[in-house]
Design a binder for this molecule. Structure first.
Ligand SMILES: C[S@+](CC[C@H](N)C(=O)[O-])C[C@H]1O[C@@H](n2cnc3c(N)ncnc32)[C@H](O)[C@@H]1O
Length: 343
């Protein structure tokens, strides 16, 4: 941990692959656990809990989450982890399973403690140079950009893709799917206390995590999800939810002064918009943050997330900025920030 405090803001990397899969569709899920642990060691985190279904494998990490699909890896890490050190080993492991990287998406918010970040996470420019150096040459189309808000919290996005796979990748994978990433700071103190354990509570990380999931209502955000949760000692919480082929994930740093929580999920353009917005409202009510950002990434365009402000503003948060930009392979990224009216 940095001397000043724990960096809650995650770095998120999504790697997409293609190729003939001799294993009948298991693809990247054939990567053995020992090899995954080696990559995580380079990033400086470990697996604390795991669960899978017929679509994908989900791991709760000491610093956030990893999801492994047959042709896609999503890894999200916080603290002072060196996430981008996973790029080369994952590309290599993909090759070993007969798959080639065709898309890369890296996103993150603005760190609370930027000076505590190690190379290559010292500056966004450094991260982009590192990515360009370590991605394979077939990923020719690239764009890196910082989406600004009116506050000090900005959204950093880098995407790259293989020119030959561009249309295929978007069409086959993400045409109707969009990712929602919510970052919350200045959590309500009463709510944040619920993510602290009692001294010597005699519980395991799993059993304490289960209690937090229920006591806070996180299990009600998507009642259909199978939840894999973990409570850190003395505080902190992570969970992955799996619902068919879709994941959701929540991470909480409850310490006062640098409190942070995140929620991420995958939605479809065919989902009931009201249901998505209801889930979003439930998340905001669980944490009651002073500041919040919502980033949506969608091949379907900006409309995918047009109802966010109308859903959130009645909860006492005011829309302070809304920016949209296009990125190769990813589609439209919309970044909205909200700030409480209570201060
Ligand atoms: C890993 S969790 C959640 C991560 C997520 N990105 C976030 O900050 O919301 C981080 C919280 O767990 C606490 N924690 C306790 N033990 C930890 C450990 N061994 N590794 C990482 N975090 C730990 C941290 O102080 C922090 O409150």
């Amino acid at each position: 941990m940095a001397v000043s405090g724990f960096e809650g803001y995650e770095k998120r990397l999504e790697l997409r692959f293609y190729g003939d899969d001799p294993s009948g569709g298991k693809g990247l899920r054939r990567i053995d656990f020992f090899s995954l642990e080696k990559v995580l060691h380079a990033v400086q985190c470990t697996v604390v809990s795991a669960v899978g279904n017929k679509f994908f494998d989900s791991y709760v990490l000491s610093e956030s989450s990893l999801f492994v699909y047959p042709t896609k890896i999503i890894i999200k890490t916080c603290g002072t982890t060196q996430l981008l050190k996973s790029v080369r080993p994952f590309v290599h492991l993909g090759m070993m399973t007969g798959l080639t990287l065709c898309g890369c998406r890296y996103t993150r918010g603005s760190f609370i403690f930027p000076d505590a970040q190690p190379y290559p996470h010292t500056h966004f420019e450094e991260e982009v140079i590192y990515l360009e150096k370590n991605l394979p040459e077939n990923l020719l189309i690239k764009k890196g950009s910082i989406m600004n808000s009116k506050s000090c919290y900005n959204w950093h996005v880098f995407t790259a893709c293989d020119v030959g796979r561009m249309g295929v990748a978007v069409g086959a994978h993400a045409e109707d799917l969009f990712t929602v990433e919510i970052c919350m700071t200045e959590l309500d103190r009463v709510q944040a206390r619920k993510f602290f354990r009692r001294f010597n509570d005699g519980k395991t990380g799993d059993s304490a995590g289960r209690e937090m999931t229920e006591a806070t209502g996180i299990n009600g955000v998507n009642e259909n999800a199978l939840i894999c949760d973990y409570a850190f000692d003395p505080c902190g919480y992570s969970m992955n939810g799996i619902d068919g082929s879709r994941y959701s994930t929540v991470h909480v740093t409850p310490e006062d002064g640098f409190s942070y929580a995140s929620f991420e999920c995958v939605c479809s353009a065919y989902d009931d918009e009201e249901e998505i917005l209801e889930a979003l409202k439930k998340v905001v009510k669980i944490f009651r943050p002073g500041k919040l950002s919502v980033s949506t990434t969608s091949a379907a365009g900006e409309e995918a997330w047009s109802g966010v402000a109308a859903a959130i503003e009645p909860l006492g948060l005011r829309l302070t900025s809304c920016t949209a930009d296009e990125f190769p392979d990813a589609g439209t990224v919309v970044f909205q920030t909200f700030s409480t009216r209570r201060k």
